[in-house]
Structures are given as C-alpha cells and as structure tokens.
Write a protein that binds this ligand. Structure first.
Ligand code: ZN
Length: 294
C-alpha cells in the first residue's frame, strides 16, 4: 500500500516527509483515462498534496492545490485529507506531449509556466486560508519549493516523480519534501544538496527500493530518525447526498430542463462514481428546495 513516512535528522534541523504513491497515481490514471503526460502532472501534484495534508493536525482538515500554468492541460487540482489520502483531476486528461530530449515526460510543456500555484488549507474550523505564487517552471516540484519559500518562508527541497510504462500503467511514483528549520548551519545545507544530487531521481529510487531507503539516502550522515508512517490511498468523499445538495443549488430552469431529458447522470469530478437521478427524484429535489425557500 502507498504511504507517507516522516523523519527528523541533523540535530532536529532537518524535517523530511517522503511518499510512495504508485497505487494512487495508477488509480488516478484509470479513473480519468490519463495520458502519460497527464499521469505525470497529476501524479506529482497528488503526491505533494498528500505530503501537505499529512502534516495537518486537525481531523477534518483538508488541503487543496491548484496549478494553472496556461498550458494545454488546463488546471491541475489535487485535494488531500489530513491523513494524506488524495483525490484530483486535470482539466484535459487527453493531452499527451512527446518526450523531451532527455527522455523525460514534458510536464512543464503540458502544465505551462505562465500562471500560479495556489494552496488552500481548510482546517474545518474558521475560514480556509492559503496563498498563491508564480510558477517557476511548471515541472511542479520546483513550483512547490517556490511556494514554500515565498508563501510560507520555509526553505525546502522538493522532488517528485512518476514513471510510466509502455502500456501507460504507473511503474513507480512518489516524492519528498525536505525542510530546513530556522538556524540550520550552512554545512548542513551543502551536504544535503550533495546527498540529493547523488541520490538520483525519485522514481529510480522507488522502483527498486522503499521510502525508508530514500530517506536514508537523502539524509545520509544526518542520523535520520523515523517519526511516523501513514498508509494512504486515492480516496474520494463524494456521496449521493452531496450530489443532491449540488443539484439543489441549480436554478429552477436548469432542474426543469434536466427533468425533461429523462434520467440524469451526474459523474463525480474526482472519481468514477456516477449518480443517477430519475425525473421523479429531480422533481423531489425541486420541491424540497422550494419548501426550504419558504
Ligand atoms: Zn467521487
């Protein structure tokens, strides 16, 4: 099963959260019929969103990430609960670009780099809060690093990766965020940068190794200590009740029109659930709504 592992190292100056998200990325691919390019873009975003969500303490909290760089993929949306269970979608799941010269998937070409990354946290109490920063590259990991530096004043290094097979299935996926706490000495930063460079790509590490191996490689020489390990999955919270609520917010004319065209099928944006409403059930929603308005 997919998981997020949290560790601390370097006399408490380094925090690291690392995730294996192969199953999540594969599930997202199947639900949305994603191309390899779209799988990489959404998979990277889901992975980082899960790491952000996993850091929230409040039980009903959630974090929503929206990336829009003006590229053909449109917006990339990922939502995590406070465990790190995630869901998401891209506006156009059919966008597929040729590989770049270095053989890597052209995520920035699909996402674009003329736009913003927005992170919104909803703690389940009070107003949701968050911030936006300009995209750096549209490659997503660098954009999360920029977000953490500019919006939250947290110096960090983020790495994300999704490796897709010829049959489009996900071979390996995951990532990590390493954060330096205030006062971290310069020699820690230098050594950490060297470790990250020599550790290699996330997918190369996860293809044959575990999340713990990745942590030990990146934090080599800093005596990493594992704090917590959490199992995560692709999880949607949609329900018939929620869809009914959404329908009830439509105008009378819109509901009338749906009613006249037979059974209405409402597909969840995030998962493969389809909710069917008969004209009689739509009439019921319309009536209940009128009652509430009185
Ligand atoms: Zn759903």
């Amino acid at each position: 099963m997919d998981k997020i592992v949290r560790a601390i190292a370097g006399d408490g100056f380094i925090k690291m959260a690392a995730a294996d998200t192969r199953e999540i990325c594969e599930r997202a691919r199947v639900i949305h019929g994603l191309t390899p390019t779209a799988t990489a873009a959404l998979g990277r975003t889901l992975t980082a969103a899960g790491i952000f969500g996993n850091a929230l303490k409040e039980e009903n909290a959630s974090v929503t990430v929206r990336i829009n760089g003006g590229g053909p993929l449109g917006s990339v949306i990922a939502v995590s609960d406070s465990t790190g269970n995630v869901r998401g979608y891209v506006q156009d799941p059919n966008v597929d670009l040729p590989l770049k010269e270095n053989g890597k998937i052209d995520v920035s070409g699909a996402v674009g780099k003329d736009g913003q990354i927005t992170v919104i946290r909803d703690l389940g109490i009070g107003e949701p809060y968050g911030g936006s920063v300009q995209l750096v590259s549209g490659e997503i990991a660098e954009d999360f690093t920029a977000y953490l530096a500019e919006s939250e004043q947290k110096p960090s290094a983020c790495a994300l990766g999704v490796l897709v097979d010829r049959d489009r299935s996900v071979i390996a996926a995951g990532g990590y965020i390493v954060e330096l706490l205030p006062g971290a000495p310069d020699n820690i930063i230098d050594k950490l940068e060297k470790n990250i460079a020599s550790a290699g790509s996330v997918t190369a590490q996860l293809k044959d190794g575990t999340v713990e191996d990745m942590i030990n490689r990146v934090l080599e020489g800093f005596s990493p200590e594992i704090l917590e390990e959490t199992e995560i999955e692709y999880r949607c919270y949609c329900s018939r009740d929620r869809v009914e609520e959404a329908l009830a917010s439509l105008s009378e004319a819109e509901l009338d029109e749906m009613k006249c065209s037979g059974d209405a099928e409402v597909t969840c944006q995030f998962c493969d659930a389809v909710y069917t409403f008969t004209p009689a059930q739509l009439e019921e929603i319309l009536k209940n709504r009128e009652k509430e308005e009185e």
